[in-house]
Design a protein around this ligand. Structure first.
Ligand code: FE
Ligand code: FE
Length: 187
């Protein structure tokens, strides 16, 4: 399966704006993959498919999550922002026959992160957060850090994300907290 094929498939299910975001994530992830000597093929597939389910209807997202990721998603079932990651991983497996767990996990955890992430997971996670059109406080710092220390970049990103979620009284996924604690422990 080629990246061009997956790009065409993606462009048929996403709006132009979201498709272009995915392409920027792909480019950012490949750059980081080169810097950190990652598996560029796995990184490319995960990056291009990470938001595949982003424009599915709410009911469809809830259906996929509750049928296929019941335990993991039951506390977050009203949070579509979290569910699209699971649904994208599900479609990668079912429609595109991707079996590689490193690719599937990089898609599945791209929104929340989690502890003990592989290099592929880390790269897709942070590429999504720092692609060139992302704008939020401290993104420049996180972008610069990502080029020299992936763990530090993710730690700063998740700290800022948690601050934002608290400020707006949004739910914080426990995977994000566990990722932060893990990064604090290993850095
Ligand atoms: Fe996403
Ligand atoms: Fe994304």
């Amino acid at each position: 399966m080629t990246i061009d094929f997956l790009k065409r498939e993606l462009s048929s299910v996403l709006s132009k704006k979201r498709y272009e975001h995915s392409i920027r994530v792909l480019d950012t992830a490949l750059n980081l993959g080169t810097i950190y000597d990652g598996d560029l093929n796995k990184i490319a597939i995960a990056a291009i498919l990470h938001d595949y389910a982003k424009e599915l209807k709410r009911d469809e997202l809830i259906k996929i999550a509750s049928e296929h990721f019941k335990l993991e998603t039951q506390d977050y079932i009203s949070n579509v922002e979290i569910l699209h990651s699971y649904a994208s991983a599900y479609i990668a497996k079912e429609r595109f026959k991707i079996e590689d767990t490193e690719i599937l996990d990089a898609i599945k955890y791209h929104t929340t992160g989690r502890k003990n992430m592989t290099l592929t997971e880390k790269i897709v996670y942070i590429a999504d957060a720092i692609e060139p059109k992302r704008e939020y406080p401290h993104v420049e710092k996180i972008r610069d850090l990502a080029l020299v220390d992936l763990n530090e970049a993710i730690l700063l990103e998740v700290n800022k994300k948690i601050e934002y979620l608290i400020k707006h009284e949004f739910i914080i996924h426990t995977n994000s907290i566990e990722m932060r604690n893990w990064l604090l422990k290993i850095s």
